[in-house]
Write a protein that binds this ligand. Structure first.
Ligand code: NAD
Ligand code: DAU
Length: 355
């Protein structure tokens, strides 16, 4: 199996690449990533020399590059994670989300479809698979406390980020329907864990607590997210890629809802203990700031389909996962310093040339 994973230098992608490279030594894994601000090859330093792993620097907005790469490498499968992923950035710069998340995804669909058709595989593309990794944010915001997002929930994206991911999901399904491309999708809740870029809530708070900076809580801190340890998401992606039914969608989540303010308070307690600070010290850094524009109130995933049909379930309790995550950031200070200083980007500059 020649497998293309896009966005493998990012947070979730790096865990997916590691899992596939180590669990499937018989696969050839190609990691395609543009190394934007969110891409960091240090996330993969432990497996970068594995014989079944190849990194390709390239941009999914470049259609010709993708066609050439598919023609040259004849992939059997694609797991597509490359994206602009941060909601706040989508509010200030929506167009880069349209370009990467929508145009980039359609470029990738075209390259896969055309190269597989050229191999004589149309109309059913036997043995091929295009897997699109998406988000629960496409469903919008839940207001009734009893409600969960199921695979049947209507799309109602509220931010430029979620609108771009919803559009990309629709294109993937449209290619499945129109061209019979063998697609499968998943929509996952908030991930956390090692390698999480420190613009997102949990790593930002860990970093700010450590460096005694304010902990910015948007609005009243009452927005609810459903958190899943990133390795459990990678395990779910493995299950969907190998066992998911063609054309279907799987919701992935931890049944683990937390208000933002409760998470930040819990992190403050953990950090006080780990840093040997008197209890209550870090919580004094909590600062309520202007709310995110259009801030979705609550996300909560009903993950019964993947649990019942594919036998997946989360392996870690949240408190345990959060302890692990804090420990990872405290023991990987170089990673954090390189990211917050921007050194990680200078280091890789010139090391790879665009194809
Ligand atoms: P990330 O921002 O950490 O990583 C994205 C990766 O994509 C980076 O390595 C970046 O360099 C690469 N990339 C960006 N633009 C590119 C382009 N034009 N061409 C090639 N590569 C490009 O994102 P993440 O948090 O790891 O999310 C990965 C995927 O999972 C995304 O599709 C996201 O929508 C989805 N997702 C994320 C979460 C979450 O909680 N983070 C939850 C559900 C779904
Ligand atoms: O639900 C899945 C989504 O989760 C993914 O699709 C996105 O790629 C990922 O970024 C994440 O989106 P969120 O917007 O939920 O994540 P973020 O970490 O940015 O914010 C989590 C919550 O914390 C949200 O309610 C906003 C709030 N927040 C965030 C930051 C960065 C704060 O209160 N203060 C902050 O400084």
């Amino acid at each position: 199996m020649k497998l293309l994973i896009t966005g493998g230098a990012g947070f979730i992608g790096s865990h997916v690449v590691r899992l596939f490279v180590t669990k499937y030594p018989e696969y050839q894994i190609y990691n395609l990533d543009a190394l934007t601000y969110a891409g960091n090859l240090a996330n993969l330093s432990d497996i970068e020399k594995a014989p079944n792993y190849t990194f390709i620097k390239g941009d999914i907005t470049d259609a010709k590059f993708l066609v050439d790469m598919f023609t040259e490498l004849s992939f059997d499968g694609v797991i597509h994670l490359a994206a602009e992923s941060h909601v706040d950035r989508s509010i200030t710069d929506p167009m880069s989300f349209v370009m990467t998340n929508v145009v980039g995804t359609v470029n990738l669909l075209n390259a896969a479809k055309d190269s597989w058709a050229a191999e004589g595989m149309a109309p059913n593309f036997e043995g091929k698979r295009f897997y699109h990794v998406s988000t629960d944010e496409v469903f919008g915001s839940l207001h009734n406390p009893e409600d969960f997002f199921t695979e049947e929930t209507a799309y109602d994206p509220q931010s430029p980020y979620s609108a771009s991911k919803a559009a990309s999901d629709h294109f993937v399904r449209a290619y499945g329907n129109t061209y019979k491309l063998p697609v499968v999708l998943s929509n996952c809740s908030n991930n956390y864990g090692p390698n999480h870029f420190p613009e997102k809530l949990i790593p930002l708070m860990i970093h700010n607590i450590q460096t005694n900076k304010p902990l910015p809580i948007y609005g009243k801190g009452e927005n609810v997210r459903d958190w899943l340890f990133v390795v459990d998401h990678a395990r779910a992606i493995d299950a969907v890629f190998h066992k998911g039914k063609q054309g279907e969608t799987y919701n992935i989540g931890g049944f683990n809802e937390w208000k933002n303010i409760d998470i930040v308070n819990l992190l403050c307690q953990i950090m006080d203990r780990k840093l040997g600070r008197p209890e209550g010290t870090s919580a004094q850094l909590i600062t309520y700031v202007t709310d995110r524009a259009g801030h979705d109130l609550r996300y909560a995933i009903d993950a019964h389909k993947i649990m019942n049909n594919l036998g997946w379930q989360p392996s870690l309790q949240f408190e345990e996962g959060l302890e692990k995550t804090v420990d990872w950031f405290l023991t990987n200070q170089d990673w954090l310093n390189n990211v917050t200083s921007g050194a990680y980007q200078r280091y890789y500059q010139g090391m790879y040339t665009d194809r």
